[in-house]
Design a protein around this ligand. Structure first.
Ligand SMILES: Nc1ncnc2c1ncn2[C@@H]1O[C@H](COP(=O)(O)OP(=O)(O)O)[C@@H](O)[C@H]1O
Ligand SMILES: CC(C)(COP(=O)(O)O)[C@@H](O)C(=O)NCCC(=O)O
Ligand SMILES: [K+]
Length: 243
């Protein structure tokens, strides 16, 4: 089996694949990777890949060093099944590339916008020829709530769940709608602008945070929470002979 490790800014995702089939996903601490030994005991792991967007702690590095199989560390020098046109491949967050690879594998020969709503929200564009053009980075859901609280004297820390109005009627509903509607309109704006330029555009939505959309947009959006993990598995298979 393939062991896939996606270390994000909020949480690490560990997945097991049998060929292209996702068999299990475990959420783990991105500081300690403490679930890894148990995962390795439970599954017959042959190869592993890790992508991280944070500097790993000594503890996390120690867990990776203990893996009972070869480990591919995804980075700027890893051969990829898509062409990378990002001008600074060494500063790219490879969770972004993994999402792109996952989307391009699912729909080869299509223009695709990939939206990943995690700690940050990222917007990526890969064209029908399999070229990754780059994309944008904006603050994620929790980051927006926390920023409003942190940088003001009077705004409380509000949760995403709760009363949601089109326009707020008190501080809490004003903040909740401001953040949630802000993200929804931001995403819808990207989708409309990209669809003007690429009429056959497909849209993938992934990441830990989920959003609702008007029915018009819904019809062209594919939601796949595990797109980054699937992309990492694809990259591991693509490099199978090298590791
Ligand atoms: N089991 C879970 N563990 C942690 N976060 C979760 C979980 N399920 C949903 N979430 C939500 O997903 C967000 C993290 O999304 P994710 O895409 O994994 O982020 P990142 O890759 O930046 O670490 C959290 O802010 C939280 O709102
Ligand atoms: C943009 C990100 C912070 C997103 O991280 P995430 O929300 O998945 O934790 C990460 O991909 C990153 O640190 N990128 C480096 C800068 C770049 O991609 O150009
Ligand atoms: K993200």
């Amino acid at each position: 089996m393939n062991l896939i490790i996606d270390i994000g800014n909020t949480v690490a995702k560990i997945a097991l694949f049998e060929g292209a089939d996702l068999k299990d996903v475990v959420y783990d601490s991105n500081f300690t990777l403490e679930s890894l030994p148990d995962v390795c005991r439970r599954y017959p792991i042959e190869k592993a890949i890790v992508a991280t967007v944070i500097d790993l702690t000594d503890e996390a590095e120690a867990r990776l060093a203990e893996l009972p199989c070869p480990l591919l560390r995804l980075g700027a020098d890893t051969p990829l099944p898509v062409e990378n046109l990002y001008e600074t491949p060494r500063t790219l967050g490879y969770d972004r590339m993994a999402a792109v690879v996952g989307a391009a594998e699912r729909f080869p020969g299509r223009d695709i916008l990939v939206i990943d709503a995690g700690t940050c929200i990222t917007y990526e564009f890969v064209d029908a020829a399999g070229r990754y053009h780059g994309g944008n980075i904006s603050p994620g859901l929790q980051m927006r709530f926390r920023a409003l609280n942190h940088y003001t004297g009077r705004l409380p820390l509000v949760e995403a769940e709760g009363r949601l109005l089109p326009m707020g009627k008190d501080t809490e509903t004003a903040i909740r709608a401001g953040v949630l509607k802000g993200i929804e309109y931001e995403m819808a704006g990207y989708i409309r602008a990209m669809k003007d330029k690429y009429p056959e555009l497909l849209v993938f939505l992934t990441g830990g945070d989920e959003f609702s959309f008007d029915t018009n947009l819904k019809s062209i959006i594919f939601a796949d929470r595990f797109l980054v993990l699937k992309g990492l598995n694809r990259i591991l298979i693509y490099n199978n002979d090298e590791i």
